[in-house]
Design a protein around this ligand. Structure first.
Ligand code: AMP
Length: 603
């Protein structure tokens, strides 16, 4: 599909912005990866693995040991591992020693509930300390941790708990009452719901357990059992074009990637104070909001509140953040306020700015220089890859608008799919095709839960096909072109159109629904739905509002459509699939492309 016409979200900015030249010798701290080419040549995954300890006595590899226990047993034991800044000014600091005791308690609590290796422990909470303790404690007990995003509505939550075969859910009383209680009958496997009370207080909701009590009764001593690096550790959900969300399976060995990319891509050094703004409900918030900073022994700052530019600047200044990992939507919102909003702030501690999750406009890279004195370093990866694959490194020239170059140990290429399904590498520079990665790095997903066929479809021989379209320039920098599928990226969140369409179709007035991503200057894309009504229902403003409200209640604000248009019917292929591509082309006034498979088309 080289030079395909289906790309979207693309940017024609190659070479339009001056390169930001870096001099590794002039950086304030010697970079971990000073010479990209040499590091690529010398890279060896065994050496990356040797940066970690492994469980004592050669008993395998466990993420929580590398993140918590090995530092708790060493010179960093009394240093701040997690600095939590709560809403309304509350603050808590956990040293590695504290974190070891808390995670041990939760591991023991799980054991006390009879949960063994492989049991699925879900969390549904804002960024509260208990979430971090629950994830790491579950990993210690060899359970599988699966953090869900607390802004999801009841439907996406129930779907994921069902698909992921949740046995334990750690959540708050408020979220439980609003989003889970009513759906519990659908979840017979969910044996235990553990509630964190407001402000740490106790709860007494029927059919649930109280976090505080459970923890108080559990011992702070726990020895992690032998862990095979291939044991399942983390389950993240991601969205596809069709069908239900996919449960992406990651194993304990992924920690090798989390650790080494923390060093190489984010340039973490032991003295750093690191802030990843992502929520652990998305993969970035786990791989880099929990694991990578802790394994690298840096202080991990966690901010509970949602985005607010001045509050964020306050965190950067007061906490003396040195490495900051954030996302394009937030950067664009800050840009709207202008660099003046930063005047008077002492951000001299800030050393590295990085961004991930969606295309980062070259203007945003340069705005970093204007506002913070350094560029945002864009990097690329996805839930399936478990860790950063392509990045602008601190010691490497930045080409604004480019995602950077593949990290040492990662081989990336632009490939073209032939009619027989086989792929060939496109050698010529600046030709658009599918971004592919040679499989074999430690944090590569090990499967989609119970969906072997969907998993196998991601591979062609040794190549893992990412579903993204990109170009590679003559220096090996990659440039994002767009998605190859109908998946929507809104404010960094990947949204499957099918999940949104299904929720709309549950409304008694809706006959069919088609959902697309509509470009938006701040959010990247917004979710837009086209709806055809059942006989007896007429389009009206009141019905539009009712459908928007219905979708919001079912799906939550992040996933629900922001716009709904009525249509007499939706374009479908001969096989009955809604042609979202055509809905989108019409919405945006783009060429309609190949219509040979179009069956019905009432506008
Ligand atoms: P997720 O699995 O939710 O992390 O989403 C992964 C997808 O986000 C990728 O396949 C891309 O489509 C998009 N994405 C992530 N990082 C970038 C980036 N730096 N530039 C452009 N798109 C990105």
């Amino acid at each position: 599909m080289a030079a395909t016409g289906t790309a979207r979200g693309g940017r024609a900015v190659v070479g339009a912005y001056p390169r930001i030249v870096k001099d590794p010798a002039a950086l304030p701290v010697a970079p971990n990866l000073a010479d990209y080419e040499a590091a690529r040549r010398a890279f060896d995954w065994r050496e990356a693995r040797a940066l970690l300890d492994g469980l004592p006595g050669g008993q395998g590899l466990n993420i929580a040991h590398e993140a918590v226990d090995r530092h708790a047993a060493g010179p960093r034991a009394g240093r701040p591992a997690l600095r939590w800044i709560g809403r309304g000014g509350a603050a808590r600091v956990f040293t590695w020693r504290d974190l070891r005791a808390e995670t041990n308690r939760f591991a023991n609590a799980l054991r006390g509930l009879g949960l063994g290796p492989g049991a699925r422990v879900f969390t549904l909470a804002g960024r509260i300390p208990e979430l971090y303790v629950a994830v790491l404690g579950a990993l210690k007990a060899k359970c599988v941790a699966s953090p869900l995003f607390s802004a999801f509505g009841p439907e996406p939550i129930a779907t994921r708990l069902e698909l992921g075969e949740a046995e334990v859910l750690v959540t708050t009383e408020a979220l439980y009452r609003r989003k889970v209680e009513g759906l519990r009958a659908r979840l017979p496997r969910l044996a235990h719901v553990v509630l964190v009370g407001e402000g740490g207080g106790g709860t007494a909701v029927p059919g649930t357990l109280d976090w505080g009590r459970l923890m108080a009764e559990a011992s702070p001593d726990f020895a992690i059992p032998p862990t095979d690096p291939e044991d399942m550790a983390l389950l993240h959900f991601t969205s596809g074009t069709t069908g239900r969300p996919k449960g992406v399976v990651h194993v304990h060995e992924a920690v090798v990637m989390h650790h080494v990319t923390g060093r190489n891509a984010l340039d973490l050094h032991p003295e750093d104070v690191f802030w990843c703004t992502a929520d652990p409900g998305w993969v970035t918030g786990t791989s880099y909001g929990i694991v990578a900073p802790l394994t690298n022994g840096v202080t991990n700052v966690v901010v509970e509140a949602e985005f607010d530019a001045q509050a964020w600047y306050e965190v950067l200044e007061r906490e003396r953040i040195t490495v900051w990992y954030t996302a394009p939507t937030a950067i664009r919102m800050m840009m709207k306020l202008g660099a003046e909003a930063l005047r008077g702030r002492d951000l001299s501690a800030l050393r590295v700015l990085a961004s991930v999750g969606e295309p980062l406009n070259p203007e945003a890279v340069l705005w970093g220089v204007e506002a913070f004195g350094k560029p945002f370093h864009d990097n690329w990866w996805q839930t399936e890859t478990g860790g950063i694959m392509i990045a602008n490194l601190v010691a490497m020239d930045v080409k604004p608008g480019s995602m950077g170059r593949p990290l040492p140990g990662i081989e990336a290429a632009i490939v073209e799919r032939g009619a027989d399904g086989a792929v060939s590498v496109v050698e010529a520079p600046m030709v658009s095709g599918e971004l592919a990665l040679k499989a074999g790095w430690p944090s590569m997903m090990r499967g989609y839960l119970h969906e072997e066929a969907r998993y196998r479809k991601c591979f062609a021989g040794e190549w893992y096909l990412t579903g993204d379209l990109a170009m590679r320039d003559e220096e090996g920098y990659f440039w994002f072109v767009g998605r190859a599928d109908d998946v929507i990226k809104s404010m960094g969140h990947l949204i499957g159109p099918f999940e949104v369409e299904s929720a709309l179709m549950e409304h008694p007035a809706v006959a069919e629904a088609g959902v697309i991503g509509k470009p938006d200057p701040v959010a990247g894309e917004i979710v837009k739905a086209f709806v055809a009504l059942k006989p007896g229902h007429e389009p009206s403003e009141a019905l539009r509002r009712e459908l928007l409200g219905h979708a919001r209640r079912r799906l939550g604000a992040v996933v629900a459509p922001k716009e709904i248009d009525f249509r007499a019917g939706l374009p479908r292929t001969r096989s009955g699939k809604i042609m979202r591509r055509l809905l989108r082309a019409r919405e945006l006034g783009l060429p309609e492309g190949d219509l040979s498979t179009l069956e019905s088309d009432e506008r």
